[in-house]
Design a protein around this ligand. Structure first.
Ligand code: ASP
Length: 288
């Protein structure tokens, strides 16, 4: 926890605590570069553009489960979901299980100006083509191989992951963005929390991006729960503490990164290791 005016925190999802040091280092380096670019945008264009740019770069990084390198559903199809919240305008947009696109967060940004702001798979594909987005297959050979190895099995590790960003700018405006490939071998059409206000939310007081078991995040309405507590006067640290202790009591598997309007940041995970990063007075800090 720290206090600053402008702030940006990003994450690449939850990871196993025994992740080898060399893999941690690769992730830290990737996050450092993305954060540097995100901060440049934060300075020039504010929090809303900074979370979009950070999320786009995280989607393009194959280390994380979003955009290129996303995980796969049971039928061998990759379905991408994302949520974008402009806290100042209190406006949410997103995509649910979109196929054949490179950067879901770009489309979510375009949707912010339209009447229909949350599109399902069919709508997202149509909208992508109408907006001129190229047909893009986000599958990597690693993901396809893994699916091929496990597709006839009933028991395998259902890994997940997500990327996200939360920011406040010099004007005190907040925003949050979250993007995901969901959970490995999820049932066909299963929907992630990331494209709902449970997994991604912001207003003029607080912004959050969540990761973890989507159903647990939905059950806790985690992002909204923390944002409402801060809005009603609780400090960010207390709101996060209370919300996570309730989640722990219910055995949830989830995590979040958070920023408030004064530039305080917080993060927490009930299980596993949260892969997140931020700058503390220009010094790079990773949470892992
Ligand atoms: N929350 C995502 C989902 O359940 C996955 C994750 O964040 O790890 O789809």
């Amino acid at each position: 926890m720290q206090t600053n005016q402008k702030q940006l925190i990003i994450h690449g999802g939850l990871s196993a605590e025994d992740l080898p040091e060399e893999d941690r280092q690769v992730r830290r380096e990737a996050l450092r570069d993305i954060l540097a670019e995100g901060h440049a945008v934060l300075d020039r264009q504010g929090a809303y553009q900074a979370v979009i740019r950070s999320c786009e770069l995280l989607e393009d990084c194959q280390l994380f489960n979003a955009g290129t390198g996303s995980t796969i559903q049971r039928d061998g199809q990759i379905r991408l979901s994302c949520g974008l919240m402009d806290g100042h305008r209190q406006s949410f947009s997103g995509l649910v299980n979109a196929r054949l696109i490179k950067n879901p967060i770009h489309l979510a940004a375009k949707l912010q100006t339209l009447g229909d702001r949350l599109l399902d798979s069919t709508g997202a594909e149509l909208f992508a083509r109408m907006s001129g987005a190229e047909v893009y297959d986000p599958a990597t050979s690693k993901v396809i191989d893994r699916w091929a190895r496990h597709r006839f099995e009933d028991h395998f590790t259902r890994t997940h992951g997500t990327v996200g960003a939360a920011a406040v700018d010099a004007e005190g405006r907040l925003a949050a963005a979250t993007s995901t490939g969901g959970r490995f071998m999820a049932g066909v059409g299963r929907v992630s929390d990331s494209c709902t206000p449970a997994g991604n939310y912001a207003n003029d007081w607080c912004a959050l991006s969540c990761t973890g078991h989507g159903e647990d995040i939905l059950d806790e309405a985690l992002a909204v729960r923390v944002v409402v507590r801060v809005t009603d006067g609780m400090s960010l640290v207390d709101a996060v503490e209370r919300s996570f202790s309730e989640a722990r009591e219910r055995g949830r598997d989830l995590a979040a990164i958070c920023v408030d309007r004064s530039g305080n940041i917080a993060w927490q995970a009930t299980l596993g290791m949260l892969v997140a990063a931020y700058f503390d007075r220009e010094m790079f800090r990773a949470t892992f």
